[in-house]
Design a protein around this ligand. Structure first.
Ligand SMILES: Cc1ncc(COP(=O)(O)O)c(C=O)c1O
Length: 432
């Protein structure tokens, strides 16, 4: 077991007590376990082993350069949604061909960046974007690999802010538009349209909609030669101790089942091919490559946010525990009503309080956990906000002019600061 564990009454990150890190770096503080990131990556690889997909880590979930380097060393590719993310990934040493550039509103300068840096795939989300990209590629005498992101008009079972495949969603091309593009793909002389992409949302509660979306996309795969099918990310993470959610292997099996049985799939089960051919791969003779783009399932439980209790007051028979972390450092509770389990870093007493754990930001929405059963805590005690490794620091802001926190990566018995805490001078650095 790697990652965060309660041992002898206090929380550890692998072989380092979290309290010792908070003493050294102060709070609020993000702490990550390298071993847990590696374990999660390998678990996904194993779950999907029959499909041998390319894994493109979704950089939006955590974009710290040190974490990107860990993933690059594991052999991961990268899914980026801005030229800024692509810049970070290239700086972390990624091979350009391992980068997929997605996003609904790429600007011309971002598309030019993708062409000039020879990124592996550009996932296009509208007919106008295709035209712009074709022109920019022509001007540069380039012919990038392009995947069409399909909006399958299927609502995923998740928070509405994390639903990206529904009929009102801004993402992707409608199936009919994608069909016309594929039938006229030859018109885009400077685009090698050879991929299909679908991502219906994040923290998916089940595989039903994933299967339905994939079926819809596969119908398009017969219209034009396709080399790559990117089935997105979204594999869920249990945030509550009692959450029961499908493991990545359940998604892998469901996807495999669709690929095996869909009438228009160009994939064949190994059982259907001759023995020498079947021997080349485990389980599949794939005519196109599969790609997945997980974020949360790799980094969420590999990171925590550590906070210090500032004040405690009693209101309407409940405690209000004011700590030094806020929605500026972790916006998920305010943005998605997300639950993050919160425990004292020194966790020896039974949970007897009902408390709201709040931050210092001047917003009522700045509540990290409401109605929580918490052990008796006092001013100065530290709290661990669990599963904060994904969409935590990458969504952090300077709201209320709060310097963003430091980040530390634990590697067994060692740790490194991978981003220093911002200073007040950093807050005004870019102002005239
Ligand atoms: C296009 C795309 N791919 C991949 C992801 C990663 O999702 P997750 O972190 O849930 O795996 C997202 C996030 O919403 C996304 O928008």
């Amino acid at each position: 077991m790697s990652g965060f564990e309660l041992r002898n009454g206090q929380w550890w990150c692998d072989q380092i007590a979290v309290d010792a890190l908070a003493d050294e770096y102060g709070t609020p503080l993000y702490v990550y376990s390298r071993a847990r990131i590696e374990e999660n990556y390998r678990r996904l690889q194993y779950a999907f082993k029959a499909l041998t997909p390319r894994i493109h880590f979704s950089v939006k979930s955590n974009s710290n350069g040190a974490i990107l380097r860990v993933l690059r060393e594991l052999g991961s590719g990268f899914d980026v949604v801005s030229a800024g993310e692509a810049y970070r990934v290239l700086r972390a040493g990624a091979v350009p061909a391992s980068i997929v550039f997605a996003g609904v509103g790429k600007t011309e300068s971002e598309l030019a960046f993708a062409l000039e840096h020879h990124l592996g795939w550009i996932n296009v989300e509208s007919v106008q974007e295709l035209e712009v990209l074709n022109r920019l590629a022509n001007e540069r005498n380039a012919k990038p690999q392009v995947a069409l992101r399909i909006n399958p008009q299927i609502e995923a079972d998740t928070h509405h802010h994390m639903n990206t495949g529904g009929h009102r969603s801004k993402f992707g091309l409608d199936v009919d538009d994608a069909r016309s593009v594929l039938l006229q793909a030859g018109q885009y002389l400077n685009l090698d349209i050879a991929g299909l992409h679908v991502h219906i949302g994040s923290q998916l509660a089940n595989t039903v909609e994933t299967v339905a979306a994939l079926q819809r996309v596969l119908e398009l795969a017969t219209l034009h030669p396709i080399r790559n099918l990117d089935i997105g990310g979204g594999f869920p993470v249990p945030y509550r101790p009692d959450d029961e959610l499908p493991d990545p292997s359940v998604f892998a099996e469901a996807v495999q089942q669709v690929l095996q049985t869909h009438p228009s799939t160009p994939l064949r089960s190994a059982h259907a091919v001759s023995p020498p051919e079947a021997g080349r791969r485990t389980g599949w003779d794939a005519r196109f490559e599969i790609a997945i783009e997980p974020g949360r399932s790799i980094v969420a439980d590999a990171g925590v946010l550590v906070a210090t209790v500032q004040y405690i007051k009693v209101r309407a028979s409940r405690r209000i525990v004011v700590c030094d972390a806020s929605m500026a450092e972790l916006i998920r509770p305010a943005l998605y009503d997300a639950y993050h389990h919160i425990v004292p870093v020194k966790d020896t007493k039974p949970s007897t309080l009902v408390a709201d754990i709040v931050g210092p930001v001047c917003e009522t929405g700045d509540t990290l956990g409401a109605d929580r059963e918490l052990a008796e805590v006092a001013r100065g005690d530290r709290l661990l906000i669990m599963n904060a490794g994904a969409y935590g620091m990458s969504m952090a802001s300077n709201y209320n002019s709060r310097p963003r926190p430091a980040e530390v990566l634990v590697e067994g018995r060692y740790h490194h600061q991978i981003r220093r805490r911002e200073t007040w001078a950093d807050l005004v650095r870019l102002e005239e």
